[in-house]
Every structure is written in structure tokens, then in C-alpha cells.
Design a protein around this ligand. Structure first.
Ligand SMILES: [Zn+2]
Length: 54
């Protein structure tokens, strides 16, 4: 499953969300303040060193 990195505009914190391909990313809320103003960081394929858990 892919890991998405989000940034919360409310509390200025970033957090990772592990979700399935079918997950509704627009329904993601901040894990710190439960805010809805989160932005998905576009890291794309630049994260080559990302550890994949299998
Ligand atoms: Zn927040």
C-alpha cells in the first residue's frame, strides 16, 4: 500500500497516511488537530530511498 505524506494547514504539521489505492484522500483529516485543511504533498517518484514494508 502506498504511503501519502500530508501537510496540515491548520497546525502546520505533516504526517504520513498509509492507505489503499481506493481510499478517499479528500476525506483525510489531520491526525494532530483533526483539521480538514490538509494538503497532499507531491513527492512523486523522487522518494527513491523510501522503505517498502512487505
Ligand atoms: Zn492539524
Amino acid at each position: 500500500m502506498p504511503i501519502y505524506e500530508f501537510f496540515c494547514d491548520d497546525c502546520q504539521k505533516k504526517f504520513d497516511v498509509l492507505c489503499s489505492m481506493s481510499a478517499d484522500l479528500s476525506a483525510i483529516s489531520c491526525e494532530y488537530c483533526d483539521g480538514k485543511h490538509v494538503m497532499k504533498k507531491v513527492s512523486g517518484f523522487a522518494v527513491v530511498g523510501l522503505v517498502v514494508f512487505l
